[in-house]
Ligand binder design. Structure first.
Ligand code: ADP
Ligand code: MG
Length: 385
């Protein structure tokens, strides 16, 4: 009866998810910072940005009587905390635990709060989505273990820089590996020679060590926009396997957390030489992401996933019964209005998308594991995920 209750809860959860659609878009405006060189608006001056829970508008600077209006699944005002953002994405973490392939993106210009949203700072209230997702999975693990489920979780963290994959968790820094994306028979992606760490989400010290290592390894360069602007995409991937030995069942889900490179255009960041080459490559994979969402929005029969490493790697979360959430980070300053409008227009495009929906029931998501040796090979990691 307890088991049935759990299955029923999961079934209801899935129905609600289906109704809400498999693509979510949230906008988040960060607070003003001392470095912005602008002040927040007081009551005397009309604000450039207006926001409600699900809408926001931006002043049309060339025509003050007009405003650009946008609607999303959720809008986070500057006062929203990390816990508020996490509260909205936690059901997608549940979907990954239920066996879906899920991707969360942070998109926006450099300095808009992408890394703050994903990674955050420290281990207190400022910690971001990655550590919070791990905590939720840890709690879920404790509950489900009482019910006879065994969990294994694998973590990898890579960076896509100039269309080249880099392993952020590699031990030997002097040895550069060439990584390739391979596709399994079930469509799942694996990356060759990538460090994969088996981690207990409840082992906080181990989790913090992995995140600290990856943060240190991220390639950064400086442009006129921001002294430490990120010129690469980082992809944090969790592969979760839950197994019920007694019932010969296994559930496999994936959660990707992607901190995208700055979306600013070349002409504003004034880049030259190597920087310009990078920006073109960065824009290639970002524009491929835009192309993919455009094609999905137009219900095109050909979705150009293969045009960039990023979209090819994340294809399972961007198609079929995958689930995607785009958090569009915005700067509050008047100077960034042109950039903000670009981000919001892209976000609106994503908001129109519905993924392919090769719908599976919970029963189908749980594949039967018929033999003990099969279970043993999954445990030892011999079976590709
Ligand atoms: P990005 O990754 O988009 O370049 P960051 O996440 O590095 O931007 O944010 C730029 C700066 O703004 C950082 O100093 C960060 O701590 C700060 N910041 C961003 N969002 C918030 C927020 N919601 N609350 C407080 N500080 C923030
Ligand atoms: Mg960043």
């Amino acid at each position: 009866i307890i088991r049935q209750g759990l299955m029923e809860r999961k079934r209801m959860h899935n129905i609600i998810q289906e109704l809400r659609g498999n693509v979510r878009v949230f906008a988040r405006i960060r607070p003003f910072l001392p470095d912005d060189g602008e002040q927040g608006n007081d009551s005397e001056t009309p604000s450039v940005y207006h926001f409600g829970d699900e809408q926001l508008s931006v002043a049309n600077l060339s025509n003050p009587s007009q405003r650009h209006k946008f609607a999303f699944d959720r809008v986070f005002a500057p006062s929203a905390g990390q816990e508020d953002v996490f509260a909205e994405v936690s059901e997608l973490v549940q979907s990954a635990l239920d066996g879906y392939n899920v991707c969360l993106f942070s998109y926006g210009q450099t300095g808009s709060g992408k890394t703050h949203t994903m990674q955050g700072a420290g281990t207190g209230v400022m910690r971001g989505l990655i550590p919070r997702c791990l905590e939720q999975i840890g709690l879920h693990k404790i509950t489900e273990e009482k019910d006879g489920w065994e969990f294994s979780m694998e973590v990898s963290f890579l960076e896509i820089y100039n269309e080249t994959l880099k392993d952020l968790l590699r031990i030997n820094l002097s040895q550069e590996c060439k990584h390739e994306i391979k596709v399994g028979t079930d469509g799942r992606r694996t990356v060759t020679d990538l460090t994969v760490k088996v981690v207990d989400p409840n082992d906080r010290a181990a989790v913090d060590a992995i995140l600290a290592l990856a943060a240190k390894r991220r390639a950064t360069g400086s442009t006129d926009m921001n002294a430490t602007s990120s010129r690469s995409h980082s992809v944090f991937t969790l592969n979760i396997t839950a197994m019920h030995v007694e019932r010969n069942q296994v559930v496999r889900g994936t959660l990707n957390l992607v901190d995208l490179a700055g979306s600013e255009r070349l002409d504003r960041s004034n880049a030259t030489g190597q920087r310009q080459k990078e920006t073109v490559a960065i824009n290639k994979s970002l524009s491929s992401l835009v192309d993919v969402f455009t094609a999905i929005g137009q219900k095109s029969t050909h979705i150009p996933f293969r045009n960039s490493k990023l979209t090819y790697l994340l294809q399972p979360a961007l198609s079929g019964d995958g689930k995607t959430c785009m958090i569009v980070n915005l700067s509050p300053t008047e100077a960034s209005v042109p950039e903000t409008l670009c981000s919001l227009r892209f976000a609106s495009k994503v908001n129109m998308c519905e993924l392919g929906k090769a719908k599976r029931t919970i029963g189908e998501l749980k594949s039967e594991v018929s033999t003990q040796s099969n279970i043993a090979s999954i445990k030892s990691g011999a079976v590709s995920r």
